[in-house]
Ligand binder design. Sequence first.
Ligand code: BJW
Length: 239
Amino acid sequence: MTNIRNIMILTGAGVSAESGIDTFRDSGGLWEKHRVEDVATPEAFARDPELVLRFYDMRRAAIQTKQPNAAHAALARLEAEWAKRVPGGTVTLVTQNVDDLHDRAGSRNLIHMHGEHLNAWCTACDERVPWRAPLLDRPACPACGVPALRPDIVWFGEMPYRMEDIYGALREADLFVSIGTSGAVYPAAGLVRGARDIGARTLELNLEPSQGSAWFDEARHGPATQVVPAWAEEMLSGG
Ligand code: BJW
């Protein structure tokens, strides 16, 4: 791909699937086992905090046993090496994922738009603190001492994080790449249309066509651990 300077990448659960983390909407995914309205809304948390905390405690423990895969590694390498290939060029990685596998693979220009399992948010003092232990037993907030911690996850009806930064990077993008996401959740699913509006090229890398596949100039289908390293290598070798 020629004339590409700034790249924005959006990832979803599919990029972590081969690390053993369940996706949301695939068969056997997380929401086949839990109704979304029972666990992923502020109303659910108000109604049944124990159910919600148990669900997130289980997933927070699980991700700590998982490892980044070849797709996470390829995206970290692309970020590290892209500016050597295109001086001044940037790679911005926006992830919907709440695991820390991109961080552990080495991605640095990274935005977790839907929050992070390994943070807790104190609803009393508004601090966000690194957190690896269970929340079910209602521990005190390390900052203010009040037992008012909740998972630092953006639930339905809540505003995703750093939208100004995301739209700012999108305005500068020459290439928008969506990886491993069904395109079912907004505003993330609308970013491809924003990219097209400013004339960026759009590419989808996914196991199968997503709900938004009509919006992409090009699509490559296959497991993330295969299609992502192949694409990153192509970008770095000037293909
Ligand atoms: C592979 C693979 C492999 C598998 N290799 N690929 C009506 C219309 C439009 C919008 C709305 C509406 N009604 C309500 C809304 C808004 C709502 C929304 O979008 N609802 C939809 C259901 C319609 N959105 C919100 O409420 C958001 N907030 C908001 O809109 O605020 C107002 C606002 C206005 C204007 C600007 C900005 C804001 C908040 C959304 C929060 C989402 N949070 C969650 C977390 C839940 C908690 C938890 O973790 O338990 O984020 S929901 C869940 O879905 C999670 C994910 O990040 C997100 C996206 O899922 P993802 O990653 O796409 O996963 P899957 O499973 O859907 O897809 C996996 C894909 O991978 C598939 O395509 C597979 O094929 C593929 N795959 N294996 C490659 N090996």
